[in-house]
Design a binder for this molecule. Structure first.
Ligand code: NAP
Length: 306
């Protein structure tokens, strides 16, 4: 790492975040397991030993927050997590999500009926080898943005399953602020998982709103997801710090707000190590200013005539 980059020594994996009103504290740098399934998040991975090694390496490095879902694979990702890590070490928090299903053609669909949600919770329990799920996110909306509308019905089902003791805590995913408010009237919400990264900043105000309440904001696609982040501003800033653009994108997110928890996804041990190392990167203020303006630059690059 370059001269401008300072390493902090007292904040392993970005330090811990306590989920307000729970007994859960996790390191801010976690791991998203979606990339462990085969191509297109479908079927077994090309290299099962490598997938298992990535999970074990993450936990060995201190990661205690893994994000998953039973519709990754489907079932495959949870089965790999169980194979690699069960019996789970104390303190490991596996956060899963329900509300989706896959078609035979690998398509993604909502699965928000009462029976689908009950089945999904039981399927997650079975495939992860757990008696109770630490945190379950109810995933609604579109993939890239929330779609307005009541989420009362599906959330009420999850709240019932929580009362039955199958779920400890509930989060929501792909939600608007109005849907969050509705959700908070039904049950305690401990985290929100929406699409957000250095180039996609629609949730800036929501993040502040959640931070005031001690609710975790967990951005999915922190590295751009299926379309990796591409920005000349990010590339140049990363080069000046002698880190990779992906490391810088993660470090920016950690700097963005203390309630942001990261779940970058990777199937590669090399990328995992790079991503975890990003938690120790201290950003100079001029670089933060450049990155804060990046959403505008990305828009300009995508639409040069405007
Ligand atoms: N709630 C929702 O609707 C929703 C939607 C999508 C995802 N998620 C969750 O969010 C997590 C993260 O999202 P994601 O994995 O889709 O997207 P992501 O973390 O933004 O990006 C993953 C992609 O970046 C690559 N990558 C990772 N680290 C890298 C590095 N250091 N250098 C270069 N490339 C790197 C990965 O390829 P390699 O495998 O080659 O490293 C993969 O192609 C998922 O695991 C999932 O748990 C939730």
């Amino acid at each position: 790492m370059g001269e401008k980059t300072k390493m902090t020594t007292d904040t392993k994996l970005g330090g811990q975040f306590h989920l307000s009103g729970t007994a859960i504290s996790v390191y801010r740098m976690g791991y998203g397991a979606m990339q462990l399934a085969g191509p297109g998040v479908w079927g077994p991975p090309r290299d099962m030993d490598a997938a298992i090694a990535v999970l074990r390496q993450a936990v060995a490095a201190g990661v205690n927050h893994i994000d998953t879902s039973d519709f990754y694979g489907p079932h495959v990702t949870n089965q790999i997590i169980k194979q690699a890590l069960h019996p789970y070490p104390n303190g490991l928090v596996i956060v899963t999500k329900v509300g989706g299903r896959r078609g035979d053609d690998k398509s993604w669909h909502h699965a928000l009926s009462r029976q689908e949600l009950i089945d999904a919770v039981h399927s997650n329990l079975r495939n992860l080898g757990l008696d109770v799920l630490d945190v379950v996110n109810l995933r609604v909306g579109g993939m890239m943005a929330p779609t307005e509308g009541s989420i009362e019905e599906p959330l009420t089902v999850l709240a019932e399953l929580k009362r039955q003791g199958l779920i400890r805590h509930i989060g929501v995913s792909n939600v608007s602020r109005a849907q969050l408010a509705e959700a908070q009237g039904i049950t305690k919400i401990v985290c929100v998982q929406n699409f957000y990264n250095v180039a996609n900043r629609s949730d800036d105000a929501l993040i502040e709103h959640l931070a005031k309440q001690g609710i975790a904001y967990v951005p999915f696609f922190p590295l751009g997801g299926f379309t990796p982040l591409q920005s000349s501003v990010l590339d140049a800033a990363a080069a000046s710090l002698q880190v990779t653009p992906m490391q810088l994108a993660l470090a920016w997110l950690l700097h963005r707000s203390p309630n942001i928890l990261l779940i970058p996804g990777t199937s590669s041990i090399t990328h995992l190590r790079e991503n975890l190392a990003a938690a120790a990167l201290a950003l100079p203020s001029d670089v933060i200013a450049e990155l804060n303006a990046i959403a505008e630059s990305v828009r300009a690059e995508a639409h040069p005539a405007h």
